[in-house]
Design a protein around this ligand. Structure first.
Ligand code: UDX
Ligand code: ADP
Length: 459
């Protein structure tokens, strides 16, 4: 008889687990969905009106399903749901290891391992365990060996079902994915999971591969995307010195259908919880198989990104530093702290490195963001020399320089004619996302420096 997944559980209620399970529950009212997390505060937030993750459209999806076939519970209460589940998703964080073998590169699987132990302890009958978190290749082996410690008679099958959603567009990406990837060894398990996605995803978009290909594909997809950003960012520096315009170059290059127009926006650098972590994981795996040249190739994508962040911070500092290079007594308005627009996530945001570099030179920063909390800003930057502004206007007051670090749409329509008077005379606006209306900024008598474009004189 074909397997049918009627009850599912998901361990980890973060940026991936929460929205993914909410969409599954919304699309499959007949499937019972439980999301559990160690973090009681997070679970309380998922059960409130103030969700812990900001994503356009998420609140509506959650409110339709929660209390019907979607519930968020703590770890202790979750054990019974794991026991009853036909399938359990593992959707916990896999950060870069900070100590031990592979520190600074390899993915830390301790949270995944602890989920596997939890499943081994509580599962009953036959359970499909689904890796949703991004894992290094062959991580399933490690999960399998932990599951093997379960009571006799309890059986498992493992699938890899990596998530490709991007933050800020998570609900759209989940509802209309380019592809759903299911890697596994047993066709009936793959078919059972595919059956869930088939409710709203066309069959031709559901790809099935072996376990290892699925795990590796996720790392490689992120590496290729990050590589495009580093590629265009390397060209941005060349454009600035030659007088070419990176937006024009990107438009021409992207018009080639073999290359395509997406992910060619020059920026202050890529951020987010995935790109750097997955690149480092790919580099570590390559090194561990002795593929030094492969590792060096991908390392350059990371290095270029680090360089772009340093380069941007130094461009902000250049016009206002004193003879000794110090920024003491200088106030810089930072517009945007999230790693991209439409999210409150600050993991690996380029703003952290840019701000730290400016603070290290003695600057005072006034940071504004539409969704990032003051606590998040302070936990990354500390309190010394950091003011969190409630509005862009407040951040700009008395600023010697301005840096746009996140492409929030509202920054694109700031009224520079009105705001110019708040800035110190001669303040330069540095657009790290190329979203400002260059003509409007110049009409306001201000100097604008955009990524990948030479200095633009005032009108
Ligand atoms: C990424 C992948 O897109 C997604 O498929 C995967 O599941 C998780 O990692 P995410 O990190 O949420 O998603 O955001 P993404 O839109 O990919 O942006 C990553 C970073 O690259 C951001 O800092 C963004 O601002 C930057 N970026 C992106 C650019 O600088 N230029 C671009 O053209 C595109
Ligand atoms: P992602 O972006 O991959 O979703 P997050 O850090 O946003 O990552 O979320 C991961 C979640 O997993 C966190 O809320 C964390 O508390 C939870 N978590 C980690 N380990 C466990 C575990 N062993 N059991 C339950 N929840 C866990």
């Amino acid at each position: 008889m074909a397997l049918s997944l009627r009850k599912i559980a998901c361990i980890g209620a973060g940026y991936v687990g929460g929205p993914t399970m909410a969409v599954i529950a919304d699309r499959c009212p007949d499937i019972d969905v439980t999301v559990l997390d160690l973090n009681a505060e997070r679970i309380a937030a998922w059960n409130s009106e103030d969700l812990p993750v900001y994503e356009p459209g998420l609140a509506e999806v959650v409110s339709r399903a929660r209390g019907r076939n979607l519930r968020f519970v703590g770890q202790a209460e979750g054990a019974a749901y794991v026991a009853a589940a036909d399938a359990v998703f593992i959707s916990v964080n896999t950060p870069t290891k900070t100590e031990g073998e592979g520190a600074g590169k390899a993915s830390d699987l301790r949270y995944v391992e602890s989920c596997a132990r939890f499943i081994a302890a509580h599962a009953t009958g036959h359970t499909i365990v689904i890796e949703k978190s991004t894992m290094p290749v062959r991580a399933a082996d490690c999960v399998k060996s932990i599951l093997a410690t379960a009571r006799p008679g309890v059986t498992f099958d493992i699938l890899s079902n990596p998530e490709f959603l991007a933050e800020g567009t998570a609900i759209r990406d989940l509802e209309q994915p380019d592809r759903v990837l299911i890697g596994g060894e047993r066709p009936e398990s793959i078919a059972a999971l595919a059956e869930i996605y088939r409710r709203w995803v066309p069959a031709e978009r559901i790809l099935s591969t072996g376990l290892w290909s699925a795990e590796l594909s996720k790392l490689v997809a992120n590496a290729f995307l990050a590589q495009r950003v580093s590629s265009i960012n390397s060209i941005s520096a060349l454009c600035e010195v030659t007088g070419a315009d990176v937006e024009e170059v990107a438009a021409v290059v992207g018009a080639d259908s073999r290359i395509g127009p997406k992910f060619l926006r020059a920026s202050v650098g890529f951020g987010g919880s995935c790109f750097q972590k997955d690149l480092l994981s790919l580099i570590y795996i390559s090194e561990s198989y002795g593929l030094t040249e492969v590792a060096a190739y991908w390392q350059q994508v990371v290095d270029l990104n680090q360089w772009q962040k340093r380069r941007f911070a130094d461009l902000i500092a250049a016009p206002i530093a004193d003879g000794a290079g110090s920024l003491r007594g200088r106030r810089i308005a930072i517009l945007g702290f999230a790693f991209k627009k439409d999210t409150n996530d600050v993991r690996e945001t380029p703003a952290i490195d840019v701000c730290r570099r400016l603070l290290a030179r003695g600057a005072t920063l006034a940071v504004h963001d539409y969704r990032v909390t003051p606590e998040s800003v302070r936990s990354e930057l500390g309190a010394l020399g950091v003011e969190v502004a409630a509005t862009p206007e407040a951040a700009l007051a008395g600023a010697d320089g301005v840096a746009v670090l996140t492409e929030w749409s509202a920054y694109a329509t700031l009224d520079w004619a009105r705001l110019a008077g708040r800035l110190k005379v001669g303040a330069v606006i540095h657009d790290g996302r190329n979203i400002l209306d260059a003509a409007a900024v110049r009409r306001a008598g201000l100097t604008l420096r955009s990524i990948g474009r030479g200095a633009q004189p005032n009108a």
